[in-house]
Design a protein around this ligand. Structure first.
Ligand code: SAM
Length: 249
């Protein structure tokens, strides 16, 4: 099945309802800011958010850092700008973009999962390294690794209210499946149940993501110029590995 990624194109209007910008994202961003403060060998005033999407992380970090966000989707960038008019946003592909400047800190959150082969995964971390000052910190959080992947995990999440007008009731049903555990990929399939004034509309979405063991993360981070510190982050019943990586001189 071909990738559709409608969540970042024609269905991007649903993104603000998937997860609460001021809730779970705020909690994660406090953790990110704490890691940067703990590990930085230089004052951290600027931050580059790679794969910034609709700007929920930016929303929660902009009080602490001057932020530039980069994303592949013009539709998501427009959302990020709307939510964060005081921050800068640039269109780019994390495998290849070069802004010609460096930052005190870099965040690589869930968007890194879209690197669906090792070559792209390495290229994205090379981009992060090129944009980070020596002594600055990259925070990278795998959504899932080979060790934590759960075959056929399916989660239904009711949409949150954003308070912007007459919103439909939405439920996001997300399924992950690895058809071939020998390769570096898995599939995400999403059903969107959209009830507008009592009428049900069902939309579907599908994309391929990268799946790597923790040892690959560690090796790639070291090879792209980082001293790697590893910690844990808990959200609900899930525990994540978080990498705080200091750019080596
Ligand atoms: C789940 S969203 C990120 C949400 C974000 N963490 C936030 O705070 O709102 C994933 C994003 O990854 C972006 N993305 C996927 N592949 C990319 C690439 N090669 N370069 C840059 N961004 C990419 C998509 O366009 C999408 O906006």
């Amino acid at each position: 099945m071909a990738d559709t990624c409608r969540l970042y194109t024609d269905l991007a209007w649903l993104w603000p309802m998937w997860g609460d910008a001021a809730g779970e994202y705020a909690h994660y961003c406090r953790h990110v800011a704490g890691l940067i403060e703990r590990h930085a060998a230089r004052p951290a005033g600027t931050l580059l958010d790679i794969g910034c999407g609709g700007g929920k992380n930016v929303f929660n970090l902009k009080g602490r850092f001057r932020i530039t966000g980069v994303d592949l989707s013009p539709t998501m960038l427009a959302q990020a700008r709307g939510l964060n008019p005081e921050s800068a946003f640039v269109h780019g592909d994390m495998r290849t973009f070069r802004l010609g400047r460096t930052f005190d800190a870099v965040l690589m959150d869930d968007a890194i999962s879209y690197m669906a082969c090792l070559e792209d995964f390495v290229a994205a971390f090379r981009t992060a390294s090129v944009h980070l000052d020596t002594g600055g910190v990259l925070v990278a959080t795998p959504d899932v690794t080979t060790e934590t992947f759960r075959q056929n995990r399916t989660i239904a999440t009711p949409g949150t209210r954003t308070g912007t007008g007459d919103e439909p009731d939405v439920v996001f049903v997300e399924n992950v499946y690895d058809p071939d555990p020998a390769d570096e990929q898995y599939e995400t399939t999403v059903l969107y149940l959209i009830r507008d004034h009592g009428r049900l509309r069902i939309e579907t979405d599908h994309w391929t993501m990268g799946l790597f063991p923790l040892d690959t993360w560690r090796g790639v981070l070291r090879d792209t110029g980082f001293e790697v510190h590893e910690g844990r982050y808990n959200a609900g019943e899930d525990e994540y590995t978080v990498f705080a990586c200091v750019k080596a001189g």
